[in-house]
Design a protein. Structure first.
Length: 198
């Protein structure tokens, strides 16, 4: 653009020196002035465009940084959830492979544990289970016990204990007591609560 202006000025000088009429000179000078104004407008627009581009570039950079931070946070959260899920799966597999103890439930943690169980005789186990049931907070009194044989010629039986609560109603609790026979291990399974007491 500057070369064009210089060329027009040079042409104007040459033409003036050759005796160009004043009105032609004035017309060329007017065109030069208009071209200079146009150039100033273009330079102003270019400057504005550069400033806008710089602003947009900063905004884009900010968006990219925000997105990078968000992505990093999401990846971290995903990693945490993956670890948590894996741990929950491990615990679930462990619960399936291990006995479920009554003390694993929050509500049983404050209740008496069956720690004195003896497997010397069926009567001893019934007596100990009656004492356990009578120690439960909601039991008013134990009223009796009976046993059901589930396999012939075994000491392993279902012990049913009858008791009353504060409301005066009669209820029953059932325990499956395993003895050391047929490859079983000694233990007490609380049928009503679906967990092991011993």
């Amino acid at each position: 653009m500057k070369k064009l202006i210089v060329l027009i000025i040079m042409l104007g000088i040459l033409l003036t020196a050759c005796g160009i009429p004043q009105e032609d000179y004035d017309a060329v000078a007017q065109q030069v002035t208009e071209l200079e104004l146009d150039l100033a407008d273009v330079q102003s627009e270019l400057s504005n465009s550069q400033a806008e581009m710089a602003t947009r570039s900063i905004e884009l950079e900010t968006i990219i940084q925000d997105n990078a931070i968000t992505l990093s946070e999401l990846q971290s959260e995903y990693a945490d959830l993956t670890i948590q899920y894996a741990e929950e799966q491990r615990l679930a597999r462990q619960r399936l492979s291990e006995p479920l103890w009554c003390t694993d439930f929050g509500r049983w943690r404050a209740l008496p544990e069956l720690t004195n169980m003896r497997y010397d005789s069926i009567m001893d186990t019934s007596t100990i289970l009656q004492a356990f049931v009578s120690g439960l907070p909601w039991v008013l009194r134990v009223q009796g016990t009976h046993r059901d044989t589930i396999w012939n010629n075994t000491q392993t039986k279902i012990h049913t204990i009858r008791y009353r609560e504060d409301d005066g109603e009669q209820y029953w609790m059932h325990f499956l007591v395993y003895f050391d026979e047929f490859g079983w291990r000694e233990g007490v399974f609380w049928i009503d609560e679906q967990c092991w007491l011993d």
